[in-house]
Design a protein around this ligand. Structure first.
Ligand SMILES: Cc1cc2nc3c(=O)[nH]c(=O)nc-3n(C[C@H](O)[C@H](O)[C@H](O)COP(=O)(O)OP(=O)(O)OC[C@H]3O[C@@H](n4cnc5c(N)ncnc54)[C@H](O)[C@@H]3O)c2cc1C
Length: 474
């Protein structure tokens, strides 16, 4: 039997497929579309996602294809430079169109041995004590021990699993597309910047090869957002917002998105899990959705692999929702706040001016930036030690960078005392005796996702945590 079926081959599904393969799990990924999409939704990766790629030895595939952008303007477009000395090796955003990110994650998943089946639409599911049966639109079915719905905001898996998706519907809609413009950029740019002073949801920018990315607020909300806008829709809305349609023509693709904000009430129903947009949707402000999905997959992968191999301690699979639901809740909250701050009415504009002043304070700026780039995430693992639950940076060890030690996706006992032992867990946990000036603890136990499970120097305490996260000793 297949171990895990993943429904949906967007960034979340592809990341998860690669993570599961790292642990030898038999994975089949079912993707509805025959070809990868050319629609560019996400424009880049934030620090925590880049760190994750670094932890798996993949970062060198991504960095050369992207552009480093300074970390400014990511909170409601408030244009203050990021504070200095952010706690990450990657204090910038990596500009990378979503189709490129997806292609690189797909290549990795395939190299790792994941089976990707395109043109497969999941239409039904049923589960029992042993596994999940997934039905496809072509009348065939497949069975696996677990199913993960990574099938986007309109997730079929979520609906079939009976998981509610409470929240708020779309209230404002935006048109997005790539097209050419009929006036020289030197003429268009000043007008665009003038309009943007008050209309933050509008923008035009060169995207290479004479193509421009056009974003313009739509009037009202369409009845069916699956119906794509036309070039005339773009012209009409541009004239309304900017007084001219910039002579737009020759579109490459056109799309629309809303500001619906919803979160799955549960991330798990028996043997079925949700990750990425299937579990949460929110406006794209701050560029967080893809990053959030990739980070969901990174959290779930090693836990599901442990369950497949029969080594998951009781409750491990439930920590996925316990850890990731609050993180997405935070993102929903900050995107909702940003949408309010970007409104053109005098009230929101006043709050925006006040917040812009507050961002002048280094601590406020740091707090907001670290939230968006997700390096301040701390899972509540029940410890009072502030290090526990946090992800750890790429510490400089005597032997080199810590992230280089994480490529195999195994847990690590990083021991500066040289007195501890991974004992009966040595088959699952690498014991590194090494030191780093950047680590303020005698030893830390790092989970395969790089979050600190324990910090201290007591062997007995350590063994309790090893059992809690990795099951019984051999
Ligand atoms: C305008 C815009 C700009 C954005 N900018 C950013 C940004 O800068 N940074 C950022 O982090 N995020 C951004 N996002 C959000 C980001 O695009 C999404 O969060 C991300 O694509 C979610 O990835 P996913 O894999 O969870 O879902 P998706 O990318 O939606 O992938 C789901 C996949 O499932 C497939 N599928 C659907 N139904 C089925 C089925 N029944 N059976 C099989 N397959 C199925 C689909 O074909 C699709 O390939 C933006 C979004 C928009 C709209």
């Amino acid at each position: 039997m297949i171990d895990v079926i993943i429904a949906g081959g967007g960034p979340t599904g592809m990341m998860l497929a690669g993570e599961l393969r790292l642990h030898g799990v038999r994975v089949v990924l079912l993707e509805r579309d025959l070809e990868p999409t050319e629609v560019v939704r996400a424009l880049g990766l934030h620090a925590r996602s880049i760190e994750i790629l670094d932890q798996r030895g993949l970062v060198d595939r991504f960095l050369p294809l992207g552009t480093k952008h300074p970390l400014a303007g990511f909170f409601a477009g408030i244009d203050k430079p990021a504070p200095e000395r952010l706690d990450t090796k990657y204090p910038h955003t990596l500009g990378l169109p979503q189709p490129v990110t997806e292609r690189l994650l797909t290549e990795h998943a395939v190299e790792m041995g994941a089976e990707i089946r395109r043109g497969c639409t999941v239409t039904g599911l049923s589960q029992d004590d042993e596994g999940v049966t997934v039905e496809l639109a072509d009348g065939t079915s497949s069975r696996a021990r677990y199913l993960v719905g990574c099938d986007g905001g309109r997730s079929t898996v979520r609906k079939l699993a009976g998981i509610d998706f409470p929240g708020e519907p779309t209230r404002v809609e935006t048109l997005l597309g790539e097209m050419e413009i009929g006036v020289p950029w030197e003429e268009a740019m000043p007008l665009m910047l003038e309009v943007r002073k008050t209309q933050k949801r509008f923008g035009i920018g060169p995207f290479g090869d004479g193509v421009y990315r056009v974003v313009v607020p739509a009037e009202g909300v369409s009845e069916d957002r699956a119906v794509m806008p036309t070039l005339d829709d773009f012209k009409e809305q541009l004239r309304r917002v900017a007084g001219t349609d910039f002579g737009v023509h020759s579109p490459r693709w056109m799309s629309r998105f809303g500001d619906a904000t919803r979160q799955a009430e549960r991330y798990r129903a028996g043997r079925v899990f949700l990750a990425g947009d299937a579990a949460h949707i929110h406006p794209p402000t701050g560029g967080q959705g893809l990053n959030l999905g990739v980070q969901d997959a990174f959290n779930l992968g090693w836990k599901l692999a442990a369950a497949v191999h029969g080594r998951a301690p009781a409750g491990l699979l439930d920590t996925y929702e316990a850890e990731r639901h609050p993180v997405a809740e935070e993102v929903l909250n900050n995107t909702r706040a940003q949408i309010e701050l970007m409104k053109v009415e005098p009230g929101p504009q006043s709050v925006r001016r006040l917040l812009t002043e507050l961002v002048g304070f280094e601590q406020v700026n740091r707090y907001l930036v670290e939230k968006i780039i997700a390096v301040s995430v701390r899972y509540d693992l029940g410890s009072e030690n502030d290090l526990v639950g946090r992800r750890i940076g790429d510490l400089a060890l005597k032997r080199g960078g810590l992230y280089d030690q994480m490529h195999a996706g195994r847990a690590i006992l990083l021991d500066q005392t040289g007195t501890l032992s991974a004992g009966g867990w040595a088959d699952r946990v690498d014991h590194l005796v090494d030191v780093s000036e950047e680590l303020d603890a005698p030893a830390v136990l790092l989970r395969p996702d790089g979050h600190v499970a324990w910090a201290g120097s007591d062997q007995q305490e350590l063994e309790a945590e090893l059992a809690r996260w990795f099951g019984a000793a051999l």
